[in-house]
Design a protein around this ligand. Structure first.
Ligand code: TXD
Length: 321
């Protein structure tokens, strides 16, 4: 079996952690592309020089030439600019859509057999545009949001209940924005409903609900909480970990059930849009979207989130993409 190849488009904050994690877990040979001259070469040289210490023997290389991504099995995209002072949402959408269009054309040309995980914001729009420009089948183009948002939710529940986060299962669906939908009803600790444990802890249903609501709100705003503390950028360790978990599920054909920004064909009543839903990830990418019954409140929240996504896509189309 030949070694797998992972191409990273964008060698910024998240790209750097992706390269290090992919190397340390020996997922395959890593190529990091960025438009900034020398920077991806410098970052990957730094990572490669730790190989003796960390004990990995995959190759880690940086490049400014798309030719070097040829033959990639997985492409993870973080290319794009963050919002700068004075920049409107439309300005950012236009800038990043231009970048994503170029990225998609090059991935199509140089890595036509790859499976693509997109991280760049605004996520739901960037995934949609990549699929449109590349013409790749929907199962081979997905976005990362839910794995991270769910991990944040699980982390807050674990802290609140004083249990290991390894035993907490929690899922967040919907678009990657303030309208995301943490599914409280199914949040559990090794199968025991988290709400039941909160009620036991506080001996009061109303108080338990209030504490859960606080965790739901913190999850929705978790990206902003990190931005506020960092002041010069957004979260980068955890988004990289999330995308690596998705890449592993694909490379090792794990059939993991993860919340993924996936193309919907009528599932959850949505047709022709990318939305965060549980899906089976394996060697064919998004192999199956898993539908389940939502109660009325969850359904209303998901509809609201889908509306935010359709508005975003309409904005992008209005801007000519
Ligand atoms: O969960 C999620 N999906 C996210 C998404 C969580 C956190 C941050 N999220 C978004 O990821 C964030 O809003 C950004 O749109 C991306 C990447 O975040 P990162 O923190 O890595 O941004 P950087 O450090 O600014 O890196 C972006 C890199 C930088 O090195 C640029 O030189 C490069 O993108 N860039 C390009 N690469 C290739 N091709 C082109 N055209 C290009 N333009 C800029």
């Amino acid at each position: 079996m030949s070694r797998k190849k992972i191409a990273l488009i964008g060698g910024g904050q998240i790209g750097g952690v992706l390269a290090q994690l992919a190397a340390m877990r020996q997922l395959g040979d890593v190529v990091m592309y960025d438009i900034v001259e020398d920077m991806p070469q410098g970052k990957t040289l730094d990572i490669a020089e730790a190989s003796r210490i960390d004990g990995f023997d995959v190759s880690v290389k940086g490049t400014n030439d798309y030719k070097d991504i040829a033959g990639a099995d997985i492409v993870i995209i973080t290319a794009g600019l963050p919002r700068k002072p004075g920049m409107s949402r439309d300005d950012l959408l236009t800038t990043n859509a231009k970048i994503m269009k170029t990225v998609a054309e090059n991935v199509k040309q140089y890595a036509p057999g790859s499976i693509v995980i997109i991280i760049s914001n605004p996520l739901d729009a960037m995934v949609t545009l990549f699929k449109k420009v590349s013409g790749f089948d929907a199962n081979r183009v997905m976005g990362q949001a839910g794995v991270l948002d769910s991990s944040r939710f699980a982390t807050f529940i674990a802290w609140e209940l004083g249990v290991s986060v390894k035993d907490v299962n929690a899922m967040v669906l919907g678009g990657h924005g303030d309208t995301m939908v943490p599914i409280v009803r199914y949040a559990n600790v090794n199968g025991i409903p988290a709400m039941e444990l909160l009620e036991k802890k506080y001996g009061d249903k109303a108080k338990a609900k209030e504490v859960m609501n606080q965790m739901v709100e913190r999850t929705k705003m978790a990206g902003g909480e990190v931005v506020k503390l960092l002041k010069t950028g957004s979260a980068f360790y955890s988004p990289a970990s999330a995308a690596i978990a998705m890449a592993e599920a694909i490379l090792y054909d794990e059939k993991r059930v993860l919340p993924v920004c996936a193309y919907l064909n009528g599932e959850f009543g949505v047709n022709g849009y990318y939305v965060g839903v549980p899906a089976v990830l394996g060697s064919n990418g998004v192999e199956k979207v898993i539908e389940f019954e939502l109660d009325n409140e969850e359904k209303a929240l998901l509809d609201n989130s889908v509306k935010a996504v359709t508005n975003l896509i309409a904005d992008m189309e209005r801007l000519g993409f």
